[in-house]
Design a protein around this ligand. Sequence first.
Ligand code: SAM
Ligand code: SF4
Length: 365
Amino acid sequence: MIQRCMVIRLGKPYTIAMNKHIINLDSTSPAGQPTPMVDPFGRAITYVRVSVTDRCDFRCVYCMSEDMHFLPKQDLLSLEELDRLCTAFVDKGTRKLRITGGEPLVRRDIMKLFKSLSRHLDSGALDELTVTTNGSQLAKYATDLAACGVKRINVSLDTLDADKFRAVTRWGELSKVLGGIEVAQKAGIAVKINAVALQGVNEDEFESLVRWSHGIGADMTFIEVMPLGEVSGQRADQYIPLSRVKAQLMERFTLTDIAYKTGGPARYVSVKETGGRIGFITPLTHNFCESCNRVRVTCTGTLYMCLGQEDAADLRTPLRADPTNESLNKAIDAAILRKPKGHDFIIERGANIPSVGRHMSMTGG
Ligand code: SAM
Ligand code: SF4
């Protein structure tokens, strides 16, 4: 497939490889038309994460503060608007859409959005429609998700100890999540378990989390905690570099680096003893910004070009002002040209100021 598009900053025609296709970039496409998204560093944006709500039925200690103030419901994009926005991104070359939050599955009628977005899978415009969830509502929705073409999901699960789980989520029920995972797998969905490595919480469980995940046929990914939003206590008291997690796992398992990729930032190893895979997402110790292929949209239609920077673009105004999508496409193009080179996350003892003020639950993980 050959597409043509305009990159305003670059003026002269050039070609890049994007998503296995060669794209000829020149200045012949009319402004406001859907054109592929390429940032100033030549990175093609093919992956969009959309947060459909900032609300959640959990209050994970590293994600939210205890007294979160949520957005008034009238500020949120409607499901129809979210569909239009996602479709605009698909028209601009997005191949992978991840629905996230907050907890995406607590948004009322969310299955309507999945159902409607599944047409892009049917048409071949989209390679993957997926979701990141805390799993609390999976038992209810997994079969519907599978019917909408969702083939893989990420379930966040930081501990297998029910008491610790309740403490870390502030009131979540582990058994419900485990039940949801079972239903999802029975529905034919591949589950990946995501755990944030947390000092004093799951340090003693890295091996058991891997054994359990691989035992149920799920890949497992560890994530470094990021300094996003104010939370109770010091980030430094939560943070563990994944080099330590890996070293600990290497005492128990034979790990081999592999080239496996899912379109996200994880670097994978295979585990000889279990036959499974472990991913490591290391925004602090080894940033992966040079290969960043994604942007994030909040439930109010704010586009964040980088998880770790404050700059953002309002897409709700052009979306509502212009039914033709021309203004929306222009706003997206202008924003992509401002995508920064990378984030500047730092976690230091004593300096408990978040790198960015907003919580992960707002931007969407
Ligand atoms: N509620 C869903 C869930 O928990 O999977 C989706 C949204 S949640 C914000 C997405 C992911 O972000 C989860 O895997 C969560 O563990 C992770 N997360 C939240 N806050 C984080 C932080 N400060 N640093 C690193 N990961 C974080
Ligand atoms: Fe909710 Fe997910 Fe944040 Fe936990 S990590 S509070 S489940 S949004």
